[in-house]
Design a protein around this ligand. Structure first.
Ligand code: MN
Length: 200
């Protein structure tokens, strides 16, 4: 039997707005080295990596003097591209994953399909513009970029919650948990998880 392929993604992206290098190991231990100019995003990406069982290294610089938008979006794109490289032809990938993730008063539902049919349902309307120096509208921008480049079908629904930090944290943790399940290898099933024999 052929050795199991190491599932690694490596991405380098340089534009006039951002410079990003990213490496992701899908079958990792959840260890991360995240270095971006946005501390709150670093915290969220560390949580995603930890709960996703991803080894994730990100080095990012960006034009944050004009706002965090470019950097957040481009990191989402790079992570999406890296994950897509890891999944490859989707053979032996579980495909579906979900998480119902509580954090204190907050409860978040995440469901996803590694589908090659990018779609984001974003079920949250932040009631404040900023939290911890971070523009709450960028949470959706991050996940939209991730979805666009990874080909995920991703449903995020905040069922209830008050504290914005908790809500955003639950979204990132839940996404990690669901990804871990979806990207796992079903025992003894090395084929594409579709009766069509093809995903996409
Ligand atoms: Mn926190």
């Amino acid at each position: 039997m052929a050795a199991t392929r190491r599932r690694i993604g490596r991405v380098k992206r340089e534009t006039r707005e951002t410079r990003i290098t990213l490496e992701v190991h899908l079958d990792g231990k959840g260890t991360s080295r995240i270095d971006t100019p946005i501390p709150f995003l670093n915290h969220m990406l560390e949580l995603l990596a930890h709960h996703g069982g991803l080894d994730l290294t990100i080095q990012a610089a960006g034009d944050v003097e004009v706002g965090f938008h470019h950097t957040v979006e481009d990191i989402g794109l790079c992570l999406g591209e890296g994950l897509s490289q890891c999944w490859g032809d989707l053979k032996g990938v579980n495909r579906y994953g979900h998480s119902l993730l509580p954090m204190d008063e907050t409860l978040v539902l995440v469901a996803l399909d590694i589908s090659r049919r990018p779609h984001l349902h974003f079920g949250w309307k932040p009631r404040k513009v900023r939290v911890e120096g971070f523009d709450t509208a960028l949470v959706k921008e991050f996940f939209q970029a991730l979805v666009n480049r990874s080909g995920l079908t991703l449903h995020l629904q905040v069922l209830h919650g008050e504290n914005l930090h908790h809500i955003i944290e639950a979204l990132f943790k839940g996404c990690g948990r669901a990804l871990r399940q979806a990207a796992g290898r079903p025992a003894g099933r090395g084929q594409v998880q579709s009766t069509k024999g093809l995903i996409g």
